[in-house]
Design a protein around this ligand. Structure first.
Ligand code: S3P
Length: 448
């Protein structure tokens, strides 16, 4: 019998206290990948023990890397015995990536540089996601990758191709594509450069530098920037302290903003400027967020965030902020539904190819709660007002589930959220942490 994890969230409540959300997903994936390809032993603290980053960990084990995990070392601790850039082994069967687009796209770049073939596949959501955005630049570098119809997974990456450096101008602002090309560039002859149309998260560049690899970054005009590296170098093992994930903190930034009487401190949150669009957008809407104790940990900026409830107002979101808040729009739509006036998002067509079509799925859920939300091809127009209770489905998308849980703080009746199993991909322990902070949430397994 199939089961379905549902969240039931009672209306009302406010958020208080101090809390630390789990480790950053993007940095956790990269810590395994670069740690595996480095020479020496890399120690990681604060690793995200969510299904997505654990799938990356399992895949590198399957390619012959010894990795000690939190089960033996304790919470958040991982020890990776690096095998060097040329030490990976052919996996004995298909690599399973579950729900994780980051794993598939970044690993395509790494596996393209190996001398063995490997097949990567994932769940229903990942199997529907576009992969040409990585297979095309990799083909320009000389890689051979087979996809299914429409450039979808599973992907078969053929090893043994000699890669050459390219100068790639990305058609979309995507950190996954940029990272994929740079990782393949480690194996390429000559220089590989990637130009992005707008700044995207730069964890790969920062971490490569942390592993002693020379990365050159050139800022261009109007946000356009280029990053280059030369193949054939060496990664030297290092220690990594993964900050709390601002994309997970975002649920609580919105929750405490919309729930009257809230005063919450989120500790040790990664505030890399390529990730802080959510803070900027919320502040423009009138949120009261203080950035405290700013510091740098292992090459990444970190801070504590104090958020108190505030009256939010609708805004037109600048398109320049879209890549800097790309994973936070589901919960920002909830903020917009609680704000006075109209919020308009444009230039965010990438939301349609995330773990779900986040424009349509959020619009459907908001409609079920009586919110005036009009989806557009590249965004949404939301008029704030009252929200009633009701039933919504996540379509298997973790961030949709957590966003509607936050909505209950301001709904007039219970919100029932179906298909919440995947919350575990990025935020293990969400229900317990949310309860502790003040959400009236419970999880229930029901027969599907
Ligand atoms: C990620 C990049 C973003 C983001 C994803 C993680 C990364 O994807 O949405 O959750 O770790 O590089 P895109 O590159 O598709 O924008």
């Amino acid at each position: 019998m199939n089961s379905n994890l549902q969240f039931m969230v009672q209306p009302g409540g406010c958020l208080t206290g101090h809390m630390r959300v789990p480790g950053d997903k993007s940095i956790s994936h990269r810590s395994i990948m670069l740690g595996a390809l480095a020479e020496g032993v890399t120690e990681v603290a604060g690793f995200l023990e969510g299904e997505d980053s654990l799938n990356t960990l399992r895949c590198f084990r399957r390619m012959g890397v010894k990795i000690e995990d939190p089960e033996t070392l304790g919470a958040g601790r991982v020890r990776i015995h690096g095998v060097g850039l040329h030490g990976l082994k052919k996996p004995d069967s298909t690599l399973w990536l579950g729900n994780s687009g980051t794993s598939m796209r970044l690993m395509s770049g790494i596996i393209a540089g190996q001398d063995f073939d490997a097949v990567m596949e994932g769940d229903e959501s990942l199997s529907g996601r576009p992969m040409r955005r990585v297979t095309e630049p990799l083909a320009l570098m000389g890689a051979q990758i087979d996809t299914q119809d429409g450039g979808r997974p599973p992907l078969r990456v053929h090893g043994g191709s000699a890669l050459k450096g390219i100068n790639y101008v990305m058609p979309m602002a995507s950190a996954q594509v940029k990272s994929c090309v740079l990782l393949a560039g480690l194996y390429a002859m000559g220089e590989t450069c990637v130009t992005e149309p707008a700044p995207t998260r730069d964890h790969t560049e920062r971490m490569l530098q942390g592993f002693g690899y020379d990365v050159r970054r050139v800022a261009g005009e109007g946000g356009v920037s280029t990053v280059c590296l030369t193949g054939g170098g060496v990664l030297k093992a290092t220690n990594i302290d993964v900050p709390a994930d601002i994309s997970s903190a975002a649920f609580f930034l919105v929750a405490a903003s919309i729930a009257p009487g809230s005063d919450l401190v989120l500790q040790h949150v990664g505030v890399n400027p390529t990730r802080t669009g959510v803070i900027e957008i919320l502040r423009l809407m009138g949120a009261n967020i203080e950035i405290l104790n700013e510091r740098t940990v292992g090459g990444e900026p970190v801070a504590d965030l104090r958020v108190r409830s505030a009256k939010l107002k609708g805004i037109a979101i600048s398109e320049a902020l879209v890549p800097l808040a790309i994973d936070e729009f589901p919960v920002l739509f909830i903020a917009a539904a609680c704000a006075q006036g109209e919020t308009v998002l444009t230039g965010a067509e990438e939301l349609r190819v995330k773990e779900s079509d986040r424009i349509q799925v959020m619009a459907d859920g908001l409609h079920a709660l009586g919110v005036d939300a009009q989806p557009t091809p590249d965004g949404m127009i939301i008029r704030g007002g009252t929200m009633h209770g009701g039933s919504v489905t996540t379509h298997g998308d973790h961030r949709i589930g957590m966003s509607f849980a936050v909505a209950a703080l301001r709904a007039t009746g219970e919100i029932r959220i179906e298909d919440c199993e995947n919350v575990n991909t990025s935020f293990p322990g969400f229900v317990e942490l949310a309860q502790r902070a003040g959400l009236r949430i419970r999880a229930e397994q029901v027969a599907a």
